[in-house]
Design a protein around this ligand. Sequence first.
Ligand code: AMP
Length: 215
Amino acid sequence: MNIIFIAPPAAGKGTQSKLLTDKYGICHISTGNLLRTEATSESELGNYIKELINNGKLVDDNIVLKLLETKLNQSDCDNGYILDGFPRNIEQAKAFNEMSNRLNRNIDYVIFLNIAKEEAMKRITGRLSCPQCGAIYNEHFDTFTSFGKCNHCSTDLVKREDDNIESFNQRFDIYLSTTQPLIEYYKAQGVLHEIDSSISKEHTFMQIENIIGGD
Ligand code: AMP
């Protein structure tokens, strides 16, 4: 089962990807996570990526495509993949058509998580994530066994550097101008499904399962 999520920032791509991975054993490929890992290296490339991420700009397609292909070839992706945060523009989508054909990993579902900007902004200010297991929380809405620690593995939760209003606005603008056109692109290919991602993570997951035919 191969799935792509298209959504504005903070619509729940990461949360839903984790739920799907846990239930169906397919790999979760977040290009944002791959790039953040690369950015922690003190190399010139790492610093370059970090600067772009913190300013809410997109990283160059060739860098993202290379990281993605390496990850896709790992054995944990043998049963399928979820692409979270990729493609972000038409060029990436076209390059991925070529890559997925070449690797025989064709897309089954493209799921558009729809959410209004105001709701997404509320989520971004309280977002915390677990660097160990990938769980995502909101400090305003979720309950914690021990505040600031992951409920699953007790690791200290972290806030992303780009989760501030200024960067969010920039990321949202790029989403509208560059990523949103992918909705029509995938609609034309007959693989697009749209769902409302504004109610709750459980409600969103239920709608995803209806699409992919889970039980
Ligand atoms: P995300 O974790 O998906 O919210 O991505 C965080 C940041 O990583 C984005 O704001 C971009 O700077 C960068 N990024 C993630 N995925 C891509 C992509 N497919 N193409 C270009 N930049 C990306």
